[in-house]
Design a protein around this ligand. Structure first.
Ligand SMILES: *Cc1c(COP(=O)(O)O)cnc(C)c1O
Length: 360
């Protein structure tokens, strides 16, 4: 068996120990004689898995008691509609457009009310985070929306926007659990887990309790109301049971690694290896304004499409896979999530040095 270094943006690398544990429990979960995949979600065994996952997530992130943790489905993209349906009471919200995911969320919100783009970095192909210290926030905005880490472009809000007292809603799909976070600064944060936590099919939403009400836009389906899921402990219907079980194992793994502060310093160390190399290279260049660089997604180019393609192919031949950049940026992108070991980043840089020597 040969494991590769997988730099995919998502679904993405998971901790090997988590995969091994899941494999060990595949046929018989702790003496039940069945896989978690085959288990009733109403069983006490499964309830214990869900409860432990939520408790561990609360501990890792320090989630205050007046926030609900919901395990949902439909991908991060379904939240683009659920957020306005549930939170746009005045039918007004402000969106900061820092990439395709923010733009899609903004366009979806326009189906439900007045969604204002109050800042954007589209003028420079989303290669930076706009100054959000003094935006013209709408007086009647129900919330201000950001995509905190822009998976495609490799930018991150290192400072949250000044929302002038309005509730902040953040898509954290690709930076979830990558560093400590002050949950109380958000009204809601959410993400698809397939970037930095677990298998595709689970969305985790952390929402301040007072925002979860019956006062939703008319016609909001039962399944798309946060209250439905909050009132039933994420078990109104069958949850993505196996996916949540794997997320729970990743939470345990994160705790064993020393929690989010330890992850942050490891992530900084990993990203520094790659960014330092890019800053010194004559062949490869990062595409993002340095102060807005993401620790998770690192896009880079040679400036020559054929050279980029050659690099991606030769890297894959060496077990460094999924380095092709998003079509809107071109070049390469290395996603170096929590589960990417430092050895993987070092191996990538070693190969980049070799490739640069050979292709000068
Ligand atoms: C991948 C991604 C999405 C879309 O997630 P789906 O689960 O495929 O809907 C949304 N936002 C961000 C930041 C992402 O990285």
């Amino acid at each position: 068996m040969a494991r590769v270094y997988n730099f995919s943006a998502g679904p993405a690398v998971l901790p090997e120990s988590v995969l091994r544990e899941a494999a060990d429990e595949m046929l018989d979960y702790r003496g039940t004689g069945m896989s978690v995949m085959e288990m009733s979600h109403r069983s006490s065994t499964y309830q214990a898995i869900l409860d432990a996952a939520e408790a561990d997530l609360r501990e890792l992130m320090g989630i205050p008691d007046h926030y609900k943790v919901l395990f949902l489905q439909g991908g991060a993209s379904q939240q683009f509609a659920m957020i306005p349906m549930n939170l746009m009471k005045n039918r007004t919200a402000d969106y900061i457009i820092t990439g395709q995911w923010a733009k899609k969320a903004w366009q979806e919100a326009k189906l439900y009310g007045k969604a204002n783009a109050v800042a954007s970095s589209e003028d420079k192909n989303f290669s930076y985070i706009p100054d959000c210290s003094d935006l013209s926030i709408s007086p009647d905005a129900d919330y201000v929306y950001i995509c905190e880490n822009n998976t495609i472009y490799g930018t991150k809000f290192h400072t949250l926007p000044n929302t002038k007292g309005k509730d902040l809603v953040a898509d954290v799909s690709s930076c979830f659990l990558s560093e400590p976070v002050d949950v109380s600064r958000y009204a809601m944060l959410y993400g698809g887990v397939q970037k930095n936590i677990g298998p595709a099919g689970v969305v985790i939403a952390i929402i301040r309790e007072d925002l979860i009400t019956e006062d939703v836009l008319p016609g909001t389906p039962t399944m798309l109301r946060y209250k439905t899921h909050a009132d039933h402990g994420s078990m109104y219907n069958t949850p993505p049971a196996y996916g949540i079980y794997i997320c729970g194992k990743v939470f345990q793994w994160l705790k064993a690694q020393g929690g989010l502060a330890a992850m942050e310093s490891r992530n900084q160390e990993k990203a520094k290896i790659l960014y330092d190399f890019l800053d010194g290279s004559d062949l490869f260049h990062g595409t993002v304004v340095p102060k807005d660089r993401s620790l998770m997604n690192v896009p880079f180019v040679t400036g020559d499409r054929e050279m980029d393609a050659k690099f991606v192919k030769e890297a894959a031949d060496r077990g460094l896979v999924n380095l092709k950049g998003h079509r809107t940026v071109g070049g390469m992108r290395a996603s170096i999530y929590n589960a990417m070991p430092i050895e993987g980043v070092a191996a990538l840089v070693t190969f980049m040095e070799q490739f640069e020597r050979e292709n000068r």
